[in-house]
Design a protein. Structure first.
Ligand code: TXA
Ligand code: MG
Length: 325
Protein backbone atom coordinates (compact mmCIF):
# COMPACT_ATOMS: atom_id res chain seq x y z
CA UNK A 1 0.00 0.00 0.00
CA UNK A 2 1.41 3.39 -0.97
CA UNK A 3 1.80 5.79 1.92
CA UNK A 4 -0.61 8.72 1.71
CA UNK A 5 0.99 12.16 1.34
CA UNK A 6 -0.86 15.40 1.90
CA UNK A 7 0.79 17.30 -0.96
CA UNK A 8 -0.98 17.67 -4.31
CA UNK A 9 1.22 18.24 -7.35
CA UNK A 10 1.07 21.64 -9.00
CA UNK A 11 2.46 21.68 -12.55
CA UNK A 12 3.98 25.05 -13.53
CA UNK A 13 5.96 26.28 -16.56
CA UNK A 14 9.54 27.42 -15.94
CA UNK A 15 10.13 31.07 -15.12
CA UNK A 16 11.22 33.28 -12.23
CA UNK A 17 8.07 32.72 -10.12
CA UNK A 18 8.28 28.93 -10.54
CA UNK A 19 11.99 28.95 -9.77
CA UNK A 20 11.40 30.93 -6.57
CA UNK A 21 8.69 28.51 -5.48
CA UNK A 22 10.85 25.48 -6.36
CA UNK A 23 13.86 26.83 -4.47
CA UNK A 24 11.71 27.54 -1.39
CA UNK A 25 10.45 23.94 -1.43
CA UNK A 26 13.97 22.54 -1.93
CA UNK A 27 15.33 24.68 0.94
CA UNK A 28 12.50 23.34 3.13
CA UNK A 29 13.64 19.78 2.37
CA UNK A 30 10.84 18.97 -0.09
CA UNK A 31 11.46 17.11 -3.37
CA UNK A 32 10.20 18.60 -6.64
CA UNK A 33 9.69 17.30 -10.19
CA UNK A 34 12.60 18.53 -12.31
CA UNK A 35 12.69 18.48 -16.13
CA UNK A 36 15.93 17.32 -17.74
CA UNK A 37 16.79 16.51 -21.35
CA UNK A 38 16.82 12.76 -20.51
CA UNK A 39 13.84 12.08 -18.23
CA UNK A 40 12.14 13.97 -15.39
CA UNK A 41 13.88 13.74 -12.03
CA UNK A 42 12.60 13.76 -8.45
CA UNK A 43 15.01 16.37 -7.10
CA UNK A 44 15.93 17.26 -3.52
CA UNK A 45 18.79 18.90 -1.64
CA UNK A 46 21.62 16.35 -1.98
CA UNK A 47 23.23 17.54 1.26
CA UNK A 48 20.11 17.10 3.41
CA UNK A 49 19.66 13.55 4.74
CA UNK A 50 15.98 14.02 5.45
CA UNK A 51 15.25 15.45 2.00
CA UNK A 52 17.12 12.54 0.41
CA UNK A 53 15.21 10.09 2.59
CA UNK A 54 11.97 11.59 1.25
CA UNK A 55 13.07 10.74 -2.30
CA UNK A 56 13.56 7.07 -1.36
CA UNK A 57 10.22 7.04 0.45
CA UNK A 58 8.25 8.66 -2.40
CA UNK A 59 9.73 6.34 -5.02
CA UNK A 60 9.56 3.20 -2.88
CA UNK A 61 13.22 2.82 -3.82
CA UNK A 62 15.45 0.28 -2.07
CA UNK A 63 17.97 2.14 0.09
CA UNK A 64 20.93 0.24 -1.42
CA UNK A 65 20.31 1.93 -4.79
CA UNK A 66 22.19 5.26 -4.90
CA UNK A 67 21.01 8.48 -6.58
CA UNK A 68 22.55 10.69 -9.27
CA UNK A 69 23.80 14.08 -8.04
CA UNK A 70 23.03 16.98 -10.41
CA UNK A 71 25.27 20.02 -10.52
CA UNK A 72 25.07 23.45 -12.16
CA UNK A 73 28.71 23.65 -13.17
CA UNK A 74 32.05 21.94 -13.31
CA UNK A 75 33.38 23.64 -10.18
CA UNK A 76 30.57 22.13 -8.09
CA UNK A 77 31.34 18.68 -9.50
CA UNK A 78 35.06 19.03 -8.79
CA UNK A 79 34.33 20.03 -5.20
CA UNK A 80 32.40 16.79 -4.67
CA UNK A 81 34.44 14.15 -6.53
CA UNK A 82 37.94 13.44 -7.80
CA UNK A 83 38.11 13.73 -11.58
CA UNK A 84 40.85 11.74 -13.31
CA UNK A 85 41.95 12.70 -16.82
CA UNK A 86 39.53 10.38 -18.65
CA UNK A 87 36.61 11.79 -16.64
CA UNK A 88 37.69 15.34 -17.44
CA UNK A 89 37.82 14.55 -21.15
CA UNK A 90 34.29 13.15 -21.04
CA UNK A 91 33.00 16.10 -19.02
CA UNK A 92 34.68 18.56 -21.43
CA UNK A 93 32.87 16.99 -24.36
CA UNK A 94 29.50 15.92 -22.99
CA UNK A 95 28.62 18.25 -20.10
CA UNK A 96 26.10 19.70 -19.90
CA UNK A 97 24.37 16.65 -21.34
CA UNK A 98 23.14 13.08 -20.92
CA UNK A 99 26.25 11.64 -19.26
CA UNK A 100 26.72 10.59 -15.61
CA UNK A 101 30.20 9.92 -14.22
CA UNK A 102 30.71 7.65 -11.20
CA UNK A 103 33.75 9.00 -9.36
CA UNK A 104 35.44 8.82 -5.97
CA UNK A 105 33.95 11.13 -3.33
CA UNK A 106 36.35 13.74 -2.06
CA UNK A 107 37.14 13.76 1.63
CA UNK A 108 34.63 16.09 3.27
CA UNK A 109 32.15 15.83 0.37
CA UNK A 110 28.94 17.27 1.86
CA UNK A 111 26.52 15.06 -0.10
CA UNK A 112 24.34 12.84 2.11
CA UNK A 113 25.78 9.33 2.46
CA UNK A 114 22.25 8.04 2.04
CA UNK A 115 22.22 9.51 -1.49
CA UNK A 116 25.20 7.37 -2.47
CA UNK A 117 23.94 4.37 -0.47
CA UNK A 118 27.12 4.35 1.60
CA UNK A 119 29.41 3.81 -1.44
CA UNK A 120 32.71 5.70 -1.62
CA UNK A 121 31.76 6.83 -5.13
CA UNK A 122 29.25 9.41 -6.30
CA UNK A 123 27.34 9.54 -9.60
CA UNK A 124 27.51 13.13 -10.91
CA UNK A 125 25.83 14.75 -13.88
CA UNK A 126 25.40 18.26 -15.29
CA UNK A 127 22.06 18.36 -17.10
CA UNK A 128 21.55 20.45 -20.26
CA UNK A 129 17.84 21.32 -19.99
CA UNK A 130 17.62 25.11 -19.51
CA UNK A 131 14.99 24.79 -16.77
CA UNK A 132 17.19 22.33 -14.85
CA UNK A 133 20.17 24.63 -15.23
CA UNK A 134 18.18 27.63 -14.04
CA UNK A 135 16.96 25.75 -10.98
CA UNK A 136 20.38 24.38 -10.08
CA UNK A 137 21.92 27.83 -10.37
CA UNK A 138 19.17 29.42 -8.28
CA UNK A 139 19.34 26.69 -5.62
CA UNK A 140 23.10 27.06 -5.46
CA UNK A 141 24.02 23.49 -4.54
CA UNK A 142 23.84 19.90 -5.75
CA UNK A 143 20.47 18.19 -6.21
CA UNK A 144 19.99 14.44 -5.85
CA UNK A 145 17.55 13.32 -8.54
CA UNK A 146 16.59 9.83 -9.58
CA UNK A 147 14.04 9.43 -12.35
CA UNK A 148 10.64 10.59 -11.05
CA UNK A 149 8.79 7.27 -11.25
CA UNK A 150 7.82 4.70 -8.63
CA UNK A 151 10.76 2.31 -8.27
CA UNK A 152 10.80 -0.34 -10.99
CA UNK A 153 8.28 1.46 -13.22
CA UNK A 154 8.61 3.34 -16.49
CA UNK A 155 10.61 6.60 -16.38
CA UNK A 156 8.66 9.86 -16.90
CA UNK A 157 9.19 12.02 -19.99
CA UNK A 158 6.46 14.61 -19.35
CA UNK A 159 5.51 16.68 -16.29
CA UNK A 160 2.11 14.98 -16.18
CA UNK A 161 3.70 11.53 -15.95
CA UNK A 162 5.32 12.76 -12.73
CA UNK A 163 2.24 14.49 -11.32
CA UNK A 164 0.16 11.38 -11.96
CA UNK A 165 2.55 9.04 -10.18
CA UNK A 166 4.27 10.80 -7.30
CA UNK A 167 2.91 12.98 -4.49
CA UNK A 168 5.23 15.93 -5.12
CA UNK A 169 4.15 19.48 -4.30
CA UNK A 170 5.50 20.95 -7.56
CA UNK A 171 6.51 19.70 -10.99
CA UNK A 172 8.32 22.17 -13.25
CA UNK A 173 6.96 21.59 -16.76
CA UNK A 174 9.89 21.71 -19.16
CA UNK A 175 7.96 20.02 -21.97
CA UNK A 176 8.56 16.50 -23.31
CA UNK A 177 12.14 15.29 -22.76
CA UNK A 178 14.24 15.64 -25.92
CA UNK A 179 16.40 12.53 -25.34
CA UNK A 180 13.81 10.38 -23.58
CA UNK A 181 16.24 7.79 -22.13
CA UNK A 182 18.20 8.19 -18.89
CA UNK A 183 21.81 9.35 -19.06
CA UNK A 184 24.70 7.09 -20.02
CA UNK A 185 26.50 6.08 -16.80
CA UNK A 186 30.28 5.60 -16.90
CA UNK A 187 32.44 4.38 -14.02
CA UNK A 188 36.20 3.89 -14.06
CA UNK A 189 38.51 1.00 -13.28
CA UNK A 190 41.73 2.96 -13.09
CA UNK A 191 41.83 4.81 -16.42
CA UNK A 192 39.47 2.37 -18.16
CA UNK A 193 35.89 3.54 -18.58
CA UNK A 194 33.23 1.00 -17.62
CA UNK A 195 29.76 1.37 -19.14
CA UNK A 196 27.25 0.99 -16.29
CA UNK A 197 24.18 2.08 -18.27
CA UNK A 198 23.95 2.75 -22.03
CA UNK A 199 22.39 6.03 -23.15
CA UNK A 200 22.57 8.82 -25.70
CA UNK A 201 26.33 9.19 -25.21
CA UNK A 202 27.36 5.96 -26.96
CA UNK A 203 30.29 3.57 -26.57
CA UNK A 204 31.80 5.07 -29.74
CA UNK A 205 31.51 8.57 -28.24
CA UNK A 206 33.30 7.39 -25.08
CA UNK A 207 36.05 5.70 -27.07
CA UNK A 208 36.52 8.79 -29.25
CA UNK A 209 36.80 10.99 -26.14
CA UNK A 210 39.10 8.84 -24.01
CA UNK A 211 40.94 6.73 -26.59
CA UNK A 212 39.73 3.61 -24.77
CA UNK A 213 36.63 1.57 -25.62
CA UNK A 214 34.47 1.27 -22.49
CA UNK A 215 34.39 -2.13 -20.83
CA UNK A 216 30.93 -3.57 -20.36
CA UNK A 217 29.69 -3.74 -16.79
CA UNK A 218 30.65 -7.02 -15.20
CA UNK A 219 28.72 -8.36 -12.21
CA UNK A 220 31.22 -8.98 -9.43
CA UNK A 221 33.78 -6.76 -11.20
CA UNK A 222 35.63 -3.86 -9.58
CA UNK A 223 32.93 -1.23 -10.31
CA UNK A 224 29.60 -1.75 -8.59
CA UNK A 225 26.28 -0.87 -10.22
CA UNK A 226 23.58 -1.49 -7.64
CA UNK A 227 20.82 -0.09 -9.88
CA UNK A 228 21.02 -2.71 -12.55
CA UNK A 229 18.22 -4.87 -11.10
CA UNK A 230 16.81 -7.15 -13.79
CA UNK A 231 13.19 -5.95 -13.85
CA UNK A 232 12.73 -2.22 -14.40
CA UNK A 233 10.81 0.16 -16.64
CA UNK A 234 7.97 -2.30 -16.19
CA UNK A 235 4.47 -1.44 -17.37
CA UNK A 236 1.66 -3.43 -15.68
CA UNK A 237 1.05 -5.35 -18.93
CA UNK A 238 3.61 -8.02 -19.90
CA UNK A 239 6.08 -6.96 -22.60
CA UNK A 240 7.08 -9.33 -25.44
CA UNK A 241 10.17 -8.44 -27.49
CA UNK A 242 11.19 -9.01 -31.13
CA UNK A 243 7.57 -9.57 -32.14
CA UNK A 244 7.18 -10.94 -35.67
CA UNK A 245 3.38 -11.16 -35.32
CA UNK A 246 0.70 -9.73 -33.06
CA UNK A 247 -1.10 -12.21 -30.74
CA UNK A 248 -4.77 -11.90 -29.70
CA UNK A 249 -5.44 -8.96 -27.37
CA UNK A 250 -1.96 -7.51 -27.72
CA UNK A 251 -1.08 -3.88 -28.31
CA UNK A 252 1.82 -3.17 -30.66
CA UNK A 253 4.81 -0.93 -30.16
CA UNK A 254 6.04 -0.66 -33.74
CA UNK A 255 9.35 0.43 -35.23
CA UNK A 256 9.18 1.08 -38.97
CA UNK A 257 6.22 -0.32 -40.96
CA UNK A 258 3.81 -1.77 -38.34
CA UNK A 259 2.55 -5.37 -38.13
CA UNK A 260 -1.22 -5.75 -38.60
CA UNK A 261 -3.87 -6.95 -36.15
CA UNK A 262 -3.07 -5.12 -32.91
CA UNK A 263 -5.71 -3.85 -30.46
CA UNK A 264 -3.79 -0.57 -30.40
CA UNK A 265 -0.65 0.50 -32.20
CA UNK A 266 1.89 3.22 -31.47
CA UNK A 267 4.96 3.67 -33.62
CA UNK A 268 8.34 4.51 -32.05
CA UNK A 269 9.47 5.81 -35.43
CA UNK A 270 7.68 5.07 -38.73
CA UNK A 271 10.87 6.01 -40.61
CA UNK A 272 13.15 3.92 -38.38
CA UNK A 273 14.92 6.88 -36.73
CA UNK A 274 16.55 5.79 -33.44
CA UNK A 275 16.59 9.29 -31.90
CA UNK A 276 12.86 9.64 -32.48
CA UNK A 277 12.31 6.13 -31.09
CA UNK A 278 14.28 6.93 -27.91
CA UNK A 279 12.28 10.11 -27.31
CA UNK A 280 8.99 8.21 -27.75
CA UNK A 281 9.82 5.00 -25.89
CA UNK A 282 8.67 5.63 -22.32
CA UNK A 283 5.59 7.73 -23.19
CA UNK A 284 4.42 5.05 -25.64
CA UNK A 285 5.00 2.21 -23.17
CA UNK A 286 2.87 4.13 -20.69
CA UNK A 287 0.14 4.89 -23.24
CA UNK A 288 -0.15 1.23 -24.34
CA UNK A 289 -0.27 0.00 -20.75
CA UNK A 290 -4.07 -0.21 -20.65
CA UNK A 291 -6.32 -2.61 -18.73
CA UNK A 292 -7.92 -3.88 -21.99
CA UNK A 293 -4.55 -4.92 -23.38
CA UNK A 294 -3.29 -8.50 -22.84
CA UNK A 295 0.32 -7.55 -23.43
CA UNK A 296 2.60 -5.20 -25.34
CA UNK A 297 4.36 -6.72 -28.37
CA UNK A 298 7.46 -4.78 -29.40
CA UNK A 299 8.95 -4.98 -32.89
CA UNK A 300 12.73 -5.39 -33.15
CA UNK A 301 14.92 -2.29 -32.83
CA UNK A 302 18.42 -2.50 -34.37
CA UNK A 303 21.25 -3.01 -31.86
CA UNK A 304 23.35 -0.09 -33.15
CA UNK A 305 24.14 3.35 -31.68
CA UNK A 306 21.20 4.59 -29.62
CA UNK A 307 19.42 1.30 -30.42
CA UNK A 308 21.61 -0.40 -27.80
CA UNK A 309 20.29 1.97 -25.11
CA UNK A 310 16.70 1.47 -26.29
CA UNK A 311 17.08 -2.33 -26.28
CA UNK A 312 18.66 -2.29 -22.82
CA UNK A 313 15.46 -0.62 -21.50
CA UNK A 314 13.19 -2.95 -23.46
CA UNK A 315 14.95 -6.08 -22.16
CA UNK A 316 14.44 -4.92 -18.60
CA UNK A 317 10.81 -3.95 -19.27
CA UNK A 318 10.30 -7.55 -20.48
CA UNK A 319 12.33 -9.23 -17.70
CA UNK A 320 10.54 -11.48 -15.20
CA UNK A 321 9.04 -9.25 -12.49
CA UNK A 322 10.28 -9.52 -8.94
CA UNK A 323 7.78 -11.13 -6.58
CA UNK A 324 5.77 -8.48 -4.69
CA UNK A 325 7.15 -7.93 -1.15
O1 TXA B 1 19.15 10.78 -16.94
C1 TXA B 1 19.27 10.47 -15.76
O2 TXA B 1 20.32 10.00 -15.31
C2 TXA B 1 18.07 10.70 -14.84
C3 TXA B 1 17.82 12.21 -14.76
C4 TXA B 1 16.76 12.56 -13.77
O3 TXA B 1 19.02 12.86 -14.51
N1 TXA B 1 18.26 10.12 -13.57
C5 TXA B 1 18.23 8.77 -13.38
O4 TXA B 1 18.35 8.38 -12.06
O5 TXA B 1 18.10 7.96 -14.26
P1 TXA B 1 18.01 6.91 -11.53
O6 TXA B 1 18.09 6.98 -10.05
O7 TXA B 1 16.72 6.46 -12.09
O8 TXA B 1 19.21 6.05 -12.02
C6 TXA B 1 20.43 6.24 -11.38
C7 TXA B 1 21.32 5.07 -11.62
C8 TXA B 1 20.90 3.87 -10.81
O9 TXA B 1 20.99 2.73 -11.64
C9 TXA B 1 21.96 3.85 -9.70
O10 TXA B 1 22.19 2.57 -9.20
C10 TXA B 1 23.16 4.41 -10.43
O11 TXA B 1 22.63 5.44 -11.20
N2 TXA B 1 24.15 4.96 -9.50
C11 TXA B 1 24.01 6.05 -8.71
N3 TXA B 1 25.11 6.21 -7.95
C12 TXA B 1 25.96 5.23 -8.27
C13 TXA B 1 27.26 4.85 -7.82
N4 TXA B 1 27.91 5.54 -6.89
N5 TXA B 1 27.83 3.75 -8.38
C14 TXA B 1 27.18 3.05 -9.33
N6 TXA B 1 25.94 3.35 -9.79
C15 TXA B 1 25.35 4.42 -9.26
MG1 MG C 1 15.24 5.31 -12.70
Amino acid sequence: MTKAFSAQAVVLPPGPATTARAVALLRAGQPIGLPTETVYGLAANACDDRAVARIFEMKGRPSFNPLIIHVADRATAEALVEMPVAARRLADLFWPGPLTLVLKRRAGCPVSLLASAGLDTLAVRMPAHPAARELLAAFGGPLAAPSANRSGRVSPTTAHHVAGELPVALVVDGGPCAVGLESTIVGFDGATPVLLRPGAVTEDDIEAATGVGPRPFDEGGPVSAPGQLASHYAPAAPVRLDAAEVRPGEALLAFGPPLPGARATLNLSPSGDLGEAAANLFAMLRALDRPDVAGIAVMPVPETGLGRAINARLRRAAAPREAPP
